[in-house]
Design a protein around this ligand. Structure first.
Ligand code: HEC
Length: 145
């Protein structure tokens, strides 16, 4: 590899590392719960892409995204149970002062995902609103923007 290329690659790796350091929490608990939420975001991206027609409907992918949302919702109370703090966290303190309500918001997401018929595009379109509503309901109360 030429020196210039090496420097370029190194620069890219370092830039990536800095970008990662800014978006990633140092605290392992905070990091884990944010990673769980990013999985939610990924699943919603898959379903939303199909609903909008950006991607072709794929029943297996829709089913996998549904299963991921159900699993993530079930894992949410455990992922948040330690009141860990980190400058990169956007969790409001109310998560822990209103714990039972927070858990019920997580359960509501699981129920909304379970209720979606992922076998047809119409089913996904019909179910997506309630799922997005469940994300939003919890974020409005418990996530700082
Ligand atoms: C029970 C509450 C709750 C539900 C339900 C919920 N979230 Fe979150 N979400 C949070 C909280 C709290 C945070 C902030 C966590 C932190 O930064 O410590 C968050 C953070 C996020 C983040 C940012 C992660 C990061 O890298 O900082 C994304 C993306 C996200 N949620 C997507 C979703 C999506 C999509 C759904 C629905 C499918 C969803 N969430 C459902 C509470 C919830």
């Amino acid at each position: 590899m030429k020196f210039v290329t090496k420097m370029l690659v190194l620069g890219l790796i370092m830039a990536g590392g800095i970008a990662l350091a800014q978006s990633k929490a140092a605290d392992p608990d905070v990091n884990a719960r944010q990673t769980l939420m990013q999985k939610n975001g990924g699943a919603m991206g898959v379903l939303g892409g199909m609903a909008k027609g950006d991607t072709a409907f794929d029943a297996a992918a829709a089913e996998a995204a549904k299963a991921a949302l159900i699993a993530d919702a079930a894992a949410t109370p455990d992922a948040f149970k330690n009141n860990a703090s980190d400058p990169a966290s956007h969790a409001k303190p109310e998560v822990w002062t209103n714990w039972d309500d927070f858990v019920s918001d997580a359960n509501a997401l699981g129920a909304a995902a379970a209720a979606m018929d992922a076998t047809t595009l119409d089913g996904v379109k019909a179910g997506l609103g309630a799922i997005g509503g469940a994300c939003k309901a919890c974020h409005t109360e418990y996530k700082a923007s």
